[in-house]
Every structure is written in structure tokens, then in C-alpha cells.
Ligand binder design. Structure first.
Ligand SMILES: C[S@@+](CC[C@H](N)C(=O)[O-])C[C@H]1O[C@@H](n2cnc3c(N)ncnc32)[C@H](O)[C@@H]1O
Length: 386
């Protein structure tokens, strides 16, 4: 359980770590059903500004703890799985702390690399067995040339989480500056060099945010021929503005399912801490306590709270739109991945939504005969309402 107290003044890391701490325990058991080895790669591992005392507030600390727990659970089920981690850190002081910290996790075979990620990526890629599943985390402070990490992004059986420094890219798009590492991979989709920057200049606000993010998502998706490249928006602590985007790459609908669960949980965490801050700022401004205010209540107008509510509405619309295009109906296993790909909604939320649509006779699900079943099954056919 992450303690928000560890993250005062760097709440963005709480949002990012909530994602990791939800994704890891949900995804590992699904992976080790077919893979004998789960490999975690953290190219910019830190520790970075850790306050917990035991590294529970660092990406590698969360990952190694969750891998240790999962290995123990699998052992109880009679399954032997190999947990391996490759961690890279440039700063010598951080690296010394890292090599000490990983001793807390003897059940994970951990390899630490001192120096820059760009230098070690190819070696790490060559050391991971073909049959292993890899989760690759790329969380730099700045904007490296992501193409350097293609050797880790491209292989099969891989999922990636990349911190795309949106604010850098947004500022850069409005300037005349050159930034070869960013231009290199973001420019990869353009016929005419620099043309995309001109396109962004015409856009403002949410439209511009979506266009820049889409460009990064598509460039990454193409780099490894991924089916899915959704993104989690992490906002500035003190403003309603995006700071960075955590772009996730997966080739499997289940990866997308696990991503959306962790995504919505991270957005709830963001909405909660932002709402609490706002309430506190109001209290300080007015000099009065609101005795009836719930100190943990989420402000529904907060950006992440809106993303969650809008995502559910968009998901419902998407189901109806897909069915309108296919009057003969679609199997649920075709519908839900398309909806989760397009909208910020979880598998359970959209399953509940389909139940409500069916109860309202907006759709028909002839295979759904038992009221004990709460959500549609993958092989059910979903038909538009008559
Ligand atoms: C944003 S922090 C990582 C935070 C960590 N992922 C977490 O969530 O706890 C970035 C780290 O990468 C290190 N770093 C910076 N440039 C690097 C490079 N080229 N290769 C490897 N590490 C680098 C920094 O010293 C810092 O510790």
C-alpha cells in the first residue's frame, strides 16, 4: 500500500507508482500462466527522491516487491517461476543506493548497471531469453532518443511503459529550436520534416494535447508493431495542466484490460489528491473550516475525475456505435477490446454498462439467459436493440 505521505511535493510520482503498484500484481499471475520467466527492465531506475526508508516509493522497489510476492504465491500453487530484473542508473550516488536496496529482494535475480541506459540497452536485450515475458519501464527525467531502446521495445512478449515528457514536447512544438532526440522519433511519421510542428501550431488546449500525445503514441506503436498504445495523463501538482503522459504498449487485449484497471485507479488517486489540495487552499483563503466537507471527496470537475466520467459515457456510446455498424451483431470478445482501446473505461465498468443497456432494451444479448451472470461473457453475441 502506497503512503501518500511519502509523496508530498512530488505527487506526480504517487500517480505513476499507483499505476505500477496496480499493474504488477494484476499482470504477473496472468503472465506466469504461460511464461516461466517474468523480466522487469527499468532503464532509469533511481532511487529518486525516495522518502519511505525502504524504497517502497520507487519504481524498482514496487516492482521487486510485487515480483517477490507473486513468486511466493506461485510457489504455494506448486509453480516455479523465475523473476529477473535489469536496472540501470547513471548517477553514482543513486547507483550505490540501488545496489544496496536490491539486497532486500533476494528472490528476484537482479542485475544493476552503472552508466547510461543508452549504453546498456542492447546488452540487456541480448541477455533476456526469447521465451521470457518482459515489462520495460522507460522513465527518464528528460527526452532521450527512444529509438536507442528499440532493441527492448521490438521483441515479442513485451509490454512497455514510457514516460513521454509532454510538457517538453509541447513547448518544443511552439519553438524554432532543434531537439534532435525528440525530433528523431516523433518526426518518424512525417513525410515533410518539421511539418507536424506546423500542424500543432494551429491547435490549442485539449485538441493540441491530444494531437501531440497521439503522435507519440503512434510513433511508439509502430516501433514495435503494437496493437495498443493507450496513455495515462499525469498532471502538474499545482495546476490543471498535463506534465507527462505514461504511454503503455501491449499487443494483447488482456494487457489493455490490465492497463485500464491500473489507469483508472491512478486517475482516482490523482483526482483525490488534487481535490484535497483544492479544499485545503480554499480553507486557507477563507480562514474558515467547512465542518461538513468530506476531506477525501473527489471534486467531479477535476481533470482526472472528468476523464473517468467522460470515459464511461464515451464507452457506452462506442458500444452503440459499433453495433450500429454491424446490425447482425458482434461477439463480446470483439467489442470490449475496441471500446477499451478508444475510451478510458475498465472491463468491469463497460460490462456493467452493457448490462444496463440490455435492461433498457437498447441492445439484445440472447445468450445471456441467467440473471446470476452479472457481466457478459466473451462468447456472447451482442445485437442492436430492435
Ligand atoms: C525520473 S528518475 C526515475 C524515477 C524512477 N523510475 C521511479 O519512478 O522511482 C530518473 C533517474 O534516471 C537517472 N538517469 C538520468 N539519465 C540517465 C541515463 N541516461 N541512463 C540511466 N539513468 C539515467 C537519474 O539519475 C534518475 O535517478
Amino acid at each position: 500500500m502506497l503512503n501518500p505521505g511519502w509523496y508530498e511535493g512530488r505527487e506526480q510520482a504517487l500517480v505513476k507508482h499507483t499505476f505500477l503498484d496496480t499493474y504488477m500484481p494484476a499482470q504477473i499471475p496472468k503472465i506466469v500462466r504461460w511464461a516461466g520467466e517474468f523480466t522487469y527492465v527499468d532503464l532509469f531506475s533511481g532511487p529518486w527522491q525516495s522518502k519511505s526508508g525502504d524504497y517502497s516509493d520507487t519504481s524498482f522497489g514496487i516492482a521487486l516487491r510485487r515480483m517477490t510476492e507473486a513468486k511466493a504465491t506461485q510457489a504455494k500453487l506448486g509453480r516455479k517461476v523465475r523473476m529477473v530484473a535489469h536496472l540501470v542508473e547513471k548517477d553514482t550516488h543513486n547507483f550505490a543506493a540501488l545496489t544496496e536496496a536490491v539486497k532486500r529482494f533476494p528472490e528476484v535475480e537482479t542485475f544493476c548497471y552503472s552508466g547510461v541506459a543508452e549504453q546498456h540497452a542492447a546488452t540487456i536485450a541480448s541477455l533476456i531469453p526469447k521465451e521470457a515475458f518482459r515489462f520495460v519501464v522507460i522513465d527518464p527525467k528528460g527526452v532521450p532518443d527512444v529509438r536507442t531502446f528499440k532493441c527492448l521495445i521490438q521483441p515479442d512478449k513485451t509490454e512497455v511503459l514510457l514516460n513521454f515528457m509532454f510538457q517538453f514536447a509541447n513547448r518544443f512544438a511552439s519553438s524554432q529550436d532543434r531537439m534532435p532526440p525528440l525530433e528523431g522519433w516523433l518526426g518518424g511519421l512525417s513525410d515533410e520534416e518539421g511539418g507536424w510542428r506546423r500542424d500543432f501550431l494551429m491547435l490549442k488546449g485539449a485538441e493540441r494535447e491530444a494531437a501531440i500525445t497521439d503522435r507519440a503514441r503512434q510513433a511508439l506503436r509502430k516501433m514495435g508493431n503494437y496493437a495498443y498504445a493507450p496513455a495515462l495523463t499525469v498532471d502538474e501538482t499545482a495546476a490543471e495542466r498535463p506534465l507527462y503522459k505514461l504511454i503503455f504498449l501491449s499487443r494483447h487485449p488482456i494487457g489493455l484490460l490490465v492497463f485500464r484497471d491500473a489507469h483508472v485507479k491512478a486517475l482516482e488517486t490523482q483526482a483525490t489528491y488534487k481535490s484535497v489540495r483544492r479544499q485545503e487552499a480554499r480553507r486557507q483563503q477563507s480562514g474558515m473550516d467547512d465542518l461538513f466537507a468530506d476531506p477525501t471527496a473527489i471534486n467531479p470537475g477535476e481533470r482526472s475525475a472528468l476523464e473517468i466520467s467522460d470515459g464511461l459515457n464515451a464507452g457506452r456510446e462506442k458500444v452503440l456505435e459499433l453495433l450500429a455498424q454491424k446490425p447482425e451483431g458482434l461477439q463480446w470478445k470483439t467489442v470490449w477490446p475496441a471500446v477499451l482501446d478508444a475510451c478510458v473505461v475498465t472491463y468491469n465498468q463497460i460490462g456493467d454498462c452493457v448490462r444496463e443497456l440490455r435492461e433498457a432494451a437498447q441492445i439484445e444479448v440472447p445468450d445471456w439467459t441467467s440473471s446470476a451472470i452479472k457481466r457478459p461473457k466473451d462468447d456472447y453475441w451482442i445485437l442492436p436493440g430492435r
